[in-house]
Design a protein around this ligand. Structure first.
Ligand code: G
Ligand code: G
Ligand code: MN
Ligand code: NA
Length: 254
């Protein structure tokens, strides 16, 4: 309850920040974009991670204004990136279940994209399997609306749900994010290696792109590249970092 009360105040007092984790195109090793990951600078507790407050924000309804703030911040960034050396960058934003199923998301997105003059294809929204399956029909309709605007859609934590393959049939999406639980043991567990390779092949044959999360070793990266995985994200390349640091990293790499 204490954290919950503080969370509303935190939003008013601007204590949230977006960290960015680079996403790498495996064929070229180039940074093609980033995932936005929320952080809370608590005045006494220090940096608090989303695992501790997103569930509380979901429960209390704060996730709606907080999610709107995240989208607004993301659009501000994409606007600022309309500059030499940054204009190709894509930004991926996590949506929570309650955000997906509430009525305000599309109007808010339309306002944000329009007022910031943003190419919708540079914005990607990540939806977890479990969020999408809370209300499959509604999710299906939402994804169609998003994609009709040119916004990209990724299924997050792919493979962790109980009927992952049915999503591919039900939902129109652009990309799947292979959960780091599968990537972790690629080298040691032959089953995980087979599952990852088959998932990449399946996704490609359905016309979807694939990004692997949680890539921590060169061996994992090499395996994924050999299996034609399009992109990767993980501590091997970089941890989530403040925006200015990410921009400097992109500029240095160019
Ligand atoms: O940044 P990690 O570093 O700790 O993030 C943990 C979890 O919190 C991830 O599953 C991520 O999807 C989720 N998360 C991070 N930022 C956001 C956000 O802006 N909105 C929502 N709904 N979830 C987020
Ligand atoms: O999928 P989600 O949106 O859950 O993914 C982001 C989460 O994964 C964040 O908590 C981020 O800090 C974490 N993360 C990113 N890269 C790595 C990695 O290479 N290894 C591990 N263990 N966690 C990672
Ligand atoms: Mn994510
Ligand atoms: Na994930």
């Amino acid at each position: 309850l204490m954290l919950e009360n503080r969370l509303w105040q935190a939003l008013e007092q601007n204590e949230f920040e977006l960290y960015l984790q680079p996403q790498i195109e495996l064929a070229t090793q180039r940074i093609i974009g980033a995932e936005a990951l929320l952080r809370w600078h608590h005045p006494e507790l220090g940096m608090v991670g989303p695992d501790r407050f997103i569930p509380i924000a979901e429960e209390s309804g704060l996730i709606i204004p907080l999610g709107d703030w995240v989208l607004q911040r993301a659009c501000t960034l994409l606007h600022a990136w309309r500059a030499p050396g940054l204009s190709h960058l894509r930004l991926a934003v996590n949506l929570s279940a309650r955000q997906c199923h509430g009525p305000g998301l599309l109007p808010h997105l339309d306002r944000m994209l329009h007022s910031h003059g943003i190419d919708p294809a540079l914005l990607e929204l990540e939806i977890t399997e479990s969020a999408a399956m809370q209300d499959p029909e509604r999710s299906r309709a939402l994804l169609i609306e998003l994609r009709s605007r040119g916004i990209k859609v990724a299924i997050d934590d792919f493979g962790t749900g109980y009927s992952s393959l049915s999503y591919l049939k039900l939902f129109e999406i652009d990309r799947i994010k292979i959960d780091r639980g599968f990537v972790k043991d690629i080298e040691s567990d032959p089953n995980d290696a087979v599952i990852v390779a088959a998932t990449i092949a399946l996704a490609h044959s359905l016309g979807l792109e694939v990004i692997a999360e949680g890539v921590e070793t060169e061996a994992q990266r090499d395996f994924l590249r050999a299996k034609q995985c399009d992109e990767a994200q993980g501590y091997l390349f970089a941890r989530p970092m403040p925006v200015a640091q990410f921009e400097a990293m992109v500029r240095t790499a160019e």
